[in-house]
Design a protein around this ligand. Sequence first.
Ligand code: ADP
Length: 579
Amino acid sequence: MESMLNNFSFEELSTSEASHLKKSFQAFKDNLERKVFGEPCSVAIEVKKESTDGGLKRNLSPSPNMLIAKVSHEIRTPLNGIVGFTDLLKEDGLTSNQLEKVNAIQSASYSLLEIINELLEYSKLSAGLEDFDAIDFNFHNVIKDVTYLCKTLITDKKVTLETHINSDIPRILVGDPSKLSQILLNLLGNAIKFVEEGNIRLTIAKKRKVKDQLFLEFSITDTGIGIPENKLANIFDAFKQADNNTFFKYGGSGLGLSIVKQIIENLGGKISVSSTLGIGTTFKFDIPYALGDSKRLGQTQEPTIKKEKVQQSIKGMRILVFEDNLLNQRLIEERLKSWGCTTFITENAQYGLDILEKTTLDVVLMDLRMPEMNGFEVTQQIRQNKNAAIREIPVIALTADFSLGDKDKCKKYGINDCILKPYNPDELMLTLLKNKKDGKMALAKEPEKNLVNPQNINKSSKRIDLNPILKDCMGDVNLLQELIQLYKRNALEFIGSAKTHIRYGDFEELGLAAHKIKAGLAMMQSHELHAIVVQIQEACKTEGDIKQLQSLYSCFLDEYPKVELTIDKAFMEIKRTHK
Ligand code: ADP
């Protein structure tokens, strides 16, 4: 039927009628296939061209979702290689000029990776494979973090961002904080993009309580360019932008709103939009949350351990790597060698299994997606080996796209751990140690003394006297005001960039960012912030552990608004006395 339809002459029909007919047929075909073959399996991208079960030949053409997932996987693999190799290059003592170029390659790769991830996420959400958390989290802190991060995005524009949370909203809720941040960052990010000059306002209020579910209503209003009325109805559709020039002027994939809508609906909420061209736009959405308990906060935190110690402990480990991509093979080989491990790398399942028989090994790193025999199948063979030493060897999966289905599948096949590519070297190191014999004990025994105790940092912002600075400004209050604005911008920039560097474990960039902001903090008598930043810089020099940096970073986040308020008050005082 499909080929007849494809070859049919549509002379009798208008283009839209013909396309409608084709679409209806496609929907019919998809439904029929689902009925006959069942729901697509886990990641829904392994389209088996032929299946001999019951003599029935299947010849499915992949759906757009399958294609997106497949294509993003194909792009992510080499891209992960590029990111990983630039990481290695940076450790090679480059000149500052070379380093600049490598950083440029890396930042371009990360942008590309972000687009690909968006595509992948879209396809997973559409296939209902996205994983949602339900954990206790501090709602107010999430909003505070998002707001600060968004403020860092407003550069060189006269745009203000205000947040108002109704005071009756409880602090601790149960839900998915990272999905909430993602929704808000997307909607606020759009607002920032589409407002040249004006105001953005985020308000959050209680909407209703149904049993023990509290529905919160979020509203994001901007005074930006607005969306034409005839585009509003489709604005949540994938790949839709308000007009054709949007892409050329502002970029973007047109996927953001569609992802946001799917996430909100998955969380049990709804989103709507109203907009007037040239006046502004309001997005409103609600999400239900259960009441949380502060005692359950942060229970999932991993133990902290010093990096050098981990490296020392994994030195000499003998590791078999199943990986079919040449770039990734080289990358992992270099990385493991630099940690003093012995590696055996193969793309051939049988060859790898032979190595296992002949050599004593500590751990297996397994790419899940390989031609011939995939990682699950190879693991299954390992787990069925008659030799207990081989049967029980830890297997760590390395995968570029991971879904809830895969996690369950990993457990089922006896895969001990899983690392998402592009893998963070620290994470790989820790996972290797965790899976080394006695490695878990080493992790558990590590004393907590490396962790910075936020209490050790002398908080409480004291009064700030701006008079000495005013004197440096030769009594010019406007100049002082400019300095204060610059100070705030620098601090916000630091907050934004530090978050990214911590996420990627980029000690060098974080150290640089800390160094850049230090002088300004000292000048503005922000001694507490200065002390935190000095500690961050020290930790970066010794490549201290990420948990410690995260803890310092949240101290900075907690402290900064208070300092800003104190400075603002001091400046008002100066303005009053210098009228
Ligand atoms: P993109 O990645 O293109 O920004 P989105 O799905 O996030 O994709 O947004 C789709 C389109 O909706 C945008 O390209 C823009 O035309 C329009 N849009 C979204 N938010 C706003 C806003 N706050 N003001 C004006 N137009 C908006």
